[in-house]
Design a protein around this ligand. Structure first.
Ligand code: FMN
Length: 352
């Protein structure tokens, strides 16, 4: 399939991060079924990263995602140009370089990564000003010095996402949304000190998915070029939700850390399954369906036959309206406020 002029094998790509930190890591992702390879961000200066730099945020068995205090690649840009991109390209997949951060740095690196064989460039707006005109000037500088497609990667803290997307549209071929969320602080309960080497870190994984979906949908309202969604994707349904909000492709970072490189193939296969089961002819049919308003819920929910009588809904109902009387049997009284919580909590989807 085509993504802003880049031929990709499937819509599930790697994201800039530890799982794309070198040519070797990218080759593993290619073997794991990624549709194209987005590499770790490089800059004209090597990154200095304080250890520890990645931590899993867990509560019991529930994973709340990952926090990190990485910046960009610790591998010098010269080595990326000499070896790492070539190693990734030997997989036969298209490689999208990620570069940062100032206009001068992008103009320096852009033509060089293009010459090294990159098929596209993602440039991070993480450390650029939040001002849309400044981001546009940076995009314009890069666009003018390369002939491959360029993508702006948007930070979730961007306040005026629609305005940024509209302002930069003439100078980019697509937008990637979102980067990590933060800054955040996690504490090591044993030492009583911050868990990461830097006091503050950045959050990724499932907790940031609703933020990412909102940002993607806002961009999609005003931006007519491809959007790549990223943030908390762990399965095909997550990928489908990003497409429903306007994305044409997705990237996966944290789930690849947890589950290994096979995740790309798994997400792509599950997305195909989701499309088939929904009776769509292709994943493209999903794009943008969640941009329409849903109808307001007017009816009280009903307990359906597949209810297992686990009682979760009865305990959670804020207005005490649910009484479960056995498997497949229950009443919803008129104190129900139609908040909808029960339907989303039910583990077997037995509340209509
Ligand atoms: C440890 C770590 C390092 C990252 N490094 C970069 C980076 O160098 N450049 C970048 O643009 N994004 C970087 N990211 C952000 C990811 O590319 C991605 O946008 C974010 O993690 C959300 O996706 P996820 O929930 O699938 O991880 C990094 C994320 C993590 C967890």
């Amino acid at each position: 399939m085509d993504l802003a002029g880049i031929e990709i094998e499937n819509p599930v790509l790697t994201a800039a991060g530890p799982t794309s930190q070198s040519g070797d890591a990218l080759l593993k992702a290619a073997r794991g079924g990624a549709g194209a390879l987005v590499a770790k961000t490089i800059c004209t200066r090597r990154a200095v990263v304080r250890r520890p730099n990645i931590a899993c945020v867990q509560h019991g068995s529930i994973s709340h995602g990952v926090v990190n205090c990485e910046t960009w690649s610790e591998i010098p840009w010269e080595r990326w140009l000499d070896r790492e991109y070539a190693a990734a390209e030997s997989s036969g997949l298209k490689v999208i370089a990620s570069t940062g951060y100032t206009a001068e740095e992008l103009v320096f690196l852009g033509p060089r990564v293009e010459e090294a064989g990159a098929s596209g460039i993602e440039f991070s707006t993480h450390y650029i000003s939040k001002d849309p005109l400044t981001i546009r000037e940076v995009a314009k500088s890069l666009k003018e010095c390369v002939s491959i497609p360029i993508f702006a990667k948007i930070s979730p803290s961007t306040e005026n996402v629609r305005e940024v997307a509209k302002t930069i549209e003439p100078f980019v071929d697509g937008i990637v949304a979102i980067n990590t969320v933060g800054p955040v602080l996690v504490v090591d309960e044993k030492s009583g000190k911050p868990l990461l080497g830097d006091r503050y870190g950045w959050l990724s994984g499932p907790p940031i998915k609703p933020i990412a979906l909102r940002v993607v949908s806002e961009i999609s309202e005003v931006f007519r070029k491809p959007i790549i969604g990223v943030g908390g994707i762990t399965d095909g349904t997550d990928a489908a939700e990003f497409m429903m909000c306007g994305a044409s492709a997705v990237e996966v970072c944290t789930a690849a850390l947890y589950r290994g490189p096979q995740i790309y193939c798994k997400v792509a296969r599950e997305l195909e399954e989701f499309v088939k089961q929904g009776g769509h002819s292709s994943a493209e049919d999903l794009i943008g369906s969640a941009l329409r308003e849903r109808e307001e819920m007017r009816e009280r929910p009903e307990i359906e036959q597949n209810c297992t009588a686990c009682g979760i809904c009865e305990r959670a109902c804020p207005s005490g309206a649910i009484t479960i009387k056995g498997k497949g049997k229950g009443d919803v009284s008129d104190t129900c406020t139609r908040c909808g919580l029960c339907a989303t909590l039910c583990p077997v989807r037995a509340i209509a």
